[in-house]
Unconditional design. Structure first.
Length: 359
C-alpha cells in the first residue's frame, strides 16, 4: 500500500456508550489525516445487542463482509445486560469476530498516563507501562456455547493447541523485541498454572521452546495467582506478559484498574491478516446519553490501530501518527483533564476537545 492510498476502516459503533466514544476517536483520526499524508475511508456498520434485538442476529452478513475487506476494524463497546441469547449469555460480537477472523493475540496495554491517579502506592513516581497478551480464541473460551449443563453439574472444556500457542508466542516475543528497541526491558513473562494442570504445563513447554528461538529476549515464568499478587504490589516490574484466554480476561481488567480504570484501557485483537481495535470497557448503559463517558480508551485504541497498520503496510507516517495521538492524550491529562470516571468533572466532550487541541 502506498502512502497516498486511503486506509479503509470498518467502524462498528456498538451499543450503549459505544457510539459516544467512537465519534471523538474518528474526529482524532480525521485531524491526524489533515496534518499528515495519511488518508482514511470510514464505513460504518451495525453490530451488537441493539441489532440482535431488531433482527435476531448480532451482526448482519454485510458487516462481516465489510470487516473482511477493510484494512482494520474499529469496534465500540458491544452488548447490553437486558439483551441476551436464549441460553442467557450476552450478545458479544467482539468475541465472535475473534473466532471468525482467528484473532489469537489479544493485546492489552496498561500505561499510567501522567496526571492519572493509580491505587498503587508509588506508581506515580515509578510508572506503570506493561502489555498483557491474552490468547483470544482458545483456553476456556473455546467452550463458549458448547458447555454441557445437567440438573446435577455443568462442564466447560479448556482447549490449548500447538498451532495457536506457537503463533501466540512468536507474536509475544516479537512484541517484547519491539518494546526493548523502544527503551523497555523487553522481558516476556509466561503466566500459567503449570503446577496444577497438564494443559498449562503444555502451554509452558511451548513457551520455553519459543524462548530458545529468541535468546535475545529475557523469558520468565509466573503462576497466575502469584502474578496477581505482584501486579498490585510492584506493577512497574512487568513489561510483557502472555497468558491463556480466561486468565487474560481477568488480569487485563486488573491491570486496567492500576492505570485509572477501564476508560483508560485500549485493546487490540490481532490475527495473521485482520485486527480489531476497541476499548476494554463495556457499554455502561447507566450513563448512556449523558455525556459522561470517557473516550480515552477508544482514542488510544486508534493509536494502536495506526501502529499495527504501520507494521503491516510499512507506513512510517502511520506509526508517527499513533505516537502523536498518545502524546496528545498525555498532554491533555498533564494539563488537568480529569474524567468523571475517577471523580473529576470532565465528560466526553471536554476530553475529546483537549486531545484534539493537543494534536
Amino acid at each position: 500500500m502506498s502512502a497516498n492510498s486511503a486506509l479503509h476502516i470498518a467502524v462498528l459503533p456498538g451499543d450503549g456508550i459505544g457510539p459516544e466514544v467512537m465519534a471523538p476517536a474518528l474526529e482524532v483520526l480525521r485531524k491526524v489525516a489533515a496534518k499528515s499524508d495519511l488518508k482514511f475511508r470510514f464505513t460504518e456498520a451495525p453490530a451488537g445487542a441493539n441489532h440482535y434485538r431488531e433482527t435476531g442476529k448480532s451482526m448482519p452478513d454485510s458487516t462481516i463482509k465489510l470487516c473482511e475487506e477493510a484494512d482494520a476494524i474499529l469496534l465500540g463497546a458491544c452488548g447490553l445486560p437486558s439483551v441476551r441469547y436464549p441460553d442467557n449469555t450476552e450478545i458479544a460480537p467482539q468475541i465472535e469476530l475473534r473466532f471468525h477472523f482467528d484473532l489469537y493475540a489479544g493485546v492489552r496495554p496498561a500505561r499510567l498516563i501522567p496526571g492519572v491517579p493509580s491505587p498503587i502506592l508509588g506508581a506515580d513516581a515509578r510508572g506503570i507501562d506493561l502489555v498483557l497478551i491474552r490468547e483470544s480464541t482458545e483456553g476456556l473460551f473455546a467452550s463458549m456455547g458448547k458447555g454441557v449443563v445437567t440438573h446435577d453439574e455443568a462442564r466447560e472444556t479448556l482447549v490449548i493447541t500447538r498451532k495457536t500457542s506457537e503463533r501466540l508466542f512468536e507474536f509475544s516475543f516479537k512484541l517484547a523485541q519491539r518494546r526493548r528497541a523502544r527503551g523497555r526491558s523487553g522481558t516476556l513473562t509466561c503466566v500459567d498454572k503449570a503446577n496444577v494442570f497438564k494443559a498449562f504445563a503444555f502451554f509452558r513447554e511451548m513457551f520455553d521452546e519459543a524462548a530458545q528461538r529468541h535468546p535475545e529476549v529475557k523469558a520468565e515464568h509466573l503462576y497466575v495467582d502469584a502474578c496477581s499478587a505482584m501486579l498490585v504490589k510492584r506493577p512497574w516490574d512487568f513489561d510483557v506478559m502472555v497468558t491463556e484466554n480466561m486468565f487474560g480476561d481477568i488480569l487485563s481488567d486488573l491491570t486496567a484498574g492500576l492505570i485509572g480504570g477501564m476508560g483508560m484501557a485500549p485493546s487490540a485483537d490481532i490475527g495473521d491478516r485482520h485486527a480489531v481495535f476497541q476499548p476494554c470497557h463495556g457499554t455502561a448503559p447507566d450513563i448512556m446519553g449523558q455525556g459522561k463517558a470517557n473516550p480515552t480508551a477508544m482514542i488510544l485504541s486508534t493509536a494502536m490501530m495506526l501502529d499495527w497498520l504501520a507494521d503491516k503496510h510499512g507506513l512510517a507516517s502511520a506509526a508517527d501518527a499513533g505516537e502523536r495521538i498518545e502524546r496528545a492524550v498525555d498532554k491533555a491529562y498533564a494539563d488537568g483533564i480529569k474524567p468523571i470516571e475517577f471523580g473529576g468533572s470532565n465528560g466526553t466532550a471536554d476530553i475529546a476537545e483537549a486531545v484534539l487541541a493537543a494534536l
